[in-house]
Design a protein around this ligand. Structure first.
Ligand SMILES: *Cc1c(COP(=O)(O)O)cnc(C)c1O
Length: 868
């Protein structure tokens, strides 16, 4: 029989243990071991059966047993203590509460996916996990953030394999009542609801679910509600499921609906209005349009004024240099939806212009979400230093006339939420044993005090735990692929707890090159089967359902792993998710990453490996490009010499094999050493074996130096100081006195923009340099500039100078301001200034004019510059 309708009945807990409900729904349990241990202790068997999900667990314990627990005074006391601890965590002042008044009172963080725990499968990969880690670190630091996203009925797909190793996708439907979510309700008990108009007189309604991520509320919009037609109900069916209109409607709901949901939440909960809006990747960009709509409608601002006001307090983070990762719609689609009345009072052509690819190589029919994101935010960033460089180049068309280095996109390197990703055994040994706490700026350098033997034996335990998990998963996978138990005895002994274990897991877009290791299968086989220094590999990853190239890579890989000759040394684990990752990272000795540089924006999985003592073996891309230091792992060289794609893969794969053969494997198995700690080898289990002291010193160095650098707390700290605070200050200034500054700025911008085509540097001369210029000589530059109607205070006239290349391009540039000395009439002005020649070799300078206004965050912001 099949049910025609399904719902989850929430357990009513006896009074004395009622706080368990809150402990189960506040997701802090996902990074708070004592809470998980409390649930496990109540009934270990049911805890395992409910896949360590507290809500499912409470729903599975019988009423009789709950009653028994409620009468057990020891249990009641433990529950009370845990609830008290949670309450303390939620209320106590933390890092952020020590900041100045300038810090924003509230920050809204919009993202299309959030990866918080496997129990809430609302993520596909790095972007979602990062968003989850952002919320968790914000909670730990007391940053007053509110997350906004969508609740997908089936989340992302579950992956399994067919007999012939082709990825199979299933979409188990989630019941929100069975998830750690609370429906937001009006005071009269009815569900709070937002509504957006759709074309053809239809409407889109959505309810708002709240997940509690520690101190941080996460609002998730759900369109599967009564009152919607079937098509509207299906808008939040799956994450990255459809394309075209389906995807566009998801993004309209996320951005426009998300702001409306925030306003309802503010009204019902009394939290302050967000002072900063953070758009995590282009998908959420429509939030800026909704804010403009609000300002036009309620404050009677013009488009330009509302845009200026909204931009000041908006931060945009771009996450990918891969074109396929950027949403592009047809302008006609956007027009179709907005003409249905999504943003009354907002001219549709202005919206279309925001996403317009109005630069060389752009497509004039296309609406680009990343481009809109950049135009709607006064502050933008990439997610690693190298990614900042790549993004400045990639989007430089939006700032014509500026050098790439001047494009106003900064970078904040991603981080990982340490309490989520560090194995409890590692934090016990490195942090807690010396009296530290993960929550209070842990001192990672304490790792140097741990005896080598102890650290090595911990690494062995973690490796063994991974191997147990791998055996279980490989057996389950083969059963799904149609094998009988009798054929599967071999799975009980795959992988060896004493063999160098290398992990590779991530989404499978082609640029991540899952199958690079297969480039020379014979060589890989030799590495796996080496008698003295074997390696073993654990691999996982999902391919996007529409990406057959990715699925083919998985198939190639899995077919290789199916070979009876090597299958004890290499395993592919289906359905990569947070639960798997938490065993995988700590269990791997080496974390492998070989993307096509520079397409990996940051990458965070190597960071998760590092905090557990894994060494990275990676292409110098993303975070590794800035954090590799020669002693914390290995860099796979990049063939960037103009080789073809095929040659490049050959060269880089060969380099990878070579590193594994010559450096990684020998060092892992290396014996002896002269370091003092090697003396502690007495603790080793095999009497005549020694410890790989060089390897262990690399582990210690990795943990001590990368621990603080890769943590999400460091990342939040950067966001708060470099982006949130400046955005809040700018946002407050621009709305003060009934938007006085927004009005002035908007008027100034249109004046400057109108004057710009006429403005010109008419003549430049210089005095002071002899025939034979020397370092230290001073050059007085005089520039005659026609400012049209602008005043000399509207602009910065500067001499930009640097090394002159053969093409006359300037590099390593610097600039000095020239000052107005004479008004020559008719809009013409003379500017002069001194420039000191500070370098030898070929030297050049130019004069240029840029708009200048204290309300600009960056001189390149308006994309206006005129050079001599
Ligand atoms: C960390 C993580 C990712 C992201 O990994 P990248 O290295 O950034 O690609 C994806 N999925 C899961 C389950 C993760 O834990």
């Amino acid at each position: 029989m099949k049910a025609i309708r399904r719902f989850t009945v929430r357990t009513v807990l006896p009074e004395s243990i009622a706080p368990l409900a809150r402990l189960a729904t506040n997701l802090r349990w996902s990074w708070h071991l004592p809470t998980r241990e409390l649930f496990a202790s109540l009934n270990p068997q049911i805890w395992d059966e409910s896949a360590h999900d507290p809500v499912t667990f409470l729903g599975s314990v019988s009423r009789e047993q709950l009653q028994q627990l409620a009468e057990d005074s020891e249990v009641v006391e433990r529950v009370r203590k845990a609830a008290e601890d949670l309450q303390g965590y939620l209320e106590e002042p933390r890092w952020y509460q020590g900041l100045s008044e300038e810090a924003p009172k509230c920050i809204a963080y919009f993202s299309p996916e959030f990866g918080i725990t496997e129990v809430l499968p609302q993520y596909s990969g790095g972007l979602g996990i990062l968003a989850g880690d952002h919320l968790k670190a914000a909670s730990d630091l007391g940053v007053p953030l509110i997350g906004v996203g969508l609740l997908y009925q089936a989340g992302y797909f579950k992956q399994s394999l067919s007999r012939d190793a082709w990825q199979q996708e299933t979409y188990p439907v989630l019941d929100p009542d069975g998830l750690p979510l609370t429906l937001l309700r009006e005071e009269d008990g009815t569900p709070a609801q937002i509504t957006l108009p759709l074309p053809d007189g239809r409407e889109l309604h959505a309810w708002i679910w709240r997940a509690d991520v520690g101190r941080v509320p996460l609002l998730l919009l759900d369109s599967n509600v009564p009152g919607n037609d079937d098509a509207a109900r299906a808008i939040t069916d799956r994450l990255y499921g459809g394309g075209g209109d389906h995807r566009l409607q998801q993004e309209l709901l996320l951005g426009m609906g998300g702001v409306k949901a925030l306003r309802i939440y503010q009204r019902l909960s009394g939290v302050p209005a967000p002072e900063v809006f953070h758009t995590n990747e282009g998908h959420a960009g429509f939030l800026g349009i909704e804010r403009i709509r609000e300002l036009i409608e309620t404050k009677q601002l013009s488009w330009d004024e509302a845009l200026a006001a909204g931009r000041a307090s908006t931060v945009f983070t771009t996450h990918t240099p891969v074109p396929a990762g950027i949403d592009r719609f047809q302008k006609s689609q956007i027009q179709h939806f907005f003409e249905a009345g999504l943003a009354p009072g907002v001219p549709v052509e202005n919206i279309l212009a925001l996403g317009s690819e109005s630069y060389d190589g752009g497509d004039s029919a296309v609406f680009n979400m990343a481009v809109m994101g950049l135009r709607l935010a006064q502050r933008a960033n990439g997610v690693a230093k190298l990614h900042g460089v790549v993004s400045r180049e990639m989007f430089s068309g939006l700032w014509p006339g500026f050098d790439h280095s001047e494009v106003p996109i900064s970078s904040v390197t991603n981080g990982v939420h340490v309490p989520t990703w560090v194995d409890p055994k590692v934090s016990e040994l490195v942090i807690e044993r010396s009296g530290g706490s993960l929550l209070d700026q842990p001192d990672w350098s304490k790792v140097y005090q741990i005896p080598d033997a102890e650290l090595w034996s911990l690494r062995g335990e973690l490796r063994s735990a991974l191997i147990d998990d791998v055996r279980r998963r490989v057996r389950a996978s083969w059963k799904k692929r149609g094998a009988a138990d009798a054929e599967l005895a071999w799975t009980d002994s795959i992988l060896d707890p004493n063999v160098l274990t290398i992990g590779f897991a991530r989404r499978v877009p082609t640029y991540k090159r899952l199958t690079l290791m297969l480039r020379d299968p014979a060589r890989l086989k030799a590495l796996l089967l080496d008698e003295k220094h074997p390696i073993q590999l654990v691999i996982a990853g999902k391919s996007h359902p529409a990406d057959d190239a990715g699925k083919k890579m998985i198939q190639d890989l899995v077919r290789f792993t199916d070979d009876p000759e090597v299958r004890h040394r290499i395993a592919f684990l289906p359905n990569y998710d947070i639960a798997m990752a938490r065993t995988l990272f700590p269990g791997c000795d080496v974390w492998l990453n070989n993307p096509l540089r520079p397409l990996e924006a940051c990458g965070t999985s190597g960071m998760k490996a590092a905090i557990n003592g894994g060494l990275n073996l990676s292409v110098l891309d993303g975070w590794w490009d800035e954090m590799y230091d020669g002693e914390n792992g290995w860099a796979i060289p990049t063939a960037n010499n103009g080789a073809s794609a095929e040659e490049r893969d050959d060269i880089e794969a060969a380099a990878l094999y070579e590193l594994l053969e010559d450096q990684v494997a020998p060092r892992f198995y290396g014996v002896g050493g002269t370091s003092e700690a090697a003396g502690a080898a007495g603790a080793s289990t095999e009497p005549d074996s020694d410890l790989p002291t060089h390897w262990i010193s690399m582990i210690k160095h990795t943990i001590a130096t990368l621990g603080p650098a890769v943590s999400a707390e460091r990342m939040l700290n950067d966001y708060v100081h470099k982006l949130y605070e400046p955005a809040a200050i700018a946002g407050r200034a621009i709305v003060a006195d009934n938007f006085a500054a927004a009005k002035v700025l908007a008027a100034w911008k249109s004046k400057v923009t109108a004057a710009w085509p006429i403005l010109a540097v008419e003549h430049v001369d210089s005095v002071g340099v002899s025939e034979d210029p020397q370092i230290g000589d001073t050059l007085t530059v005089r520039a005659y500039v026609n400012l049209d109607g602008l005043s000399s205070s509207d602009v910065r006239v500067e001499a930009a100078f640097g090394k002159a290349l053969d093409t006359d391009e300037l590099s390593d540039t610097d600039s000095v301001a020239l000052h107005p000395v004479e008004d020559l009439g008719n809009g013409r002005h003379l500017f002069t200034g001194d420039l000191v020649i500070d370098r030898s070799g070929s030297f050049g300078y130019t004069v240029r004019v840029l708009p200048e206004n204290p309300a600009l965050a960056n001189r390149a912001e308006l994309g206006l510059v005129t050079s001599a």
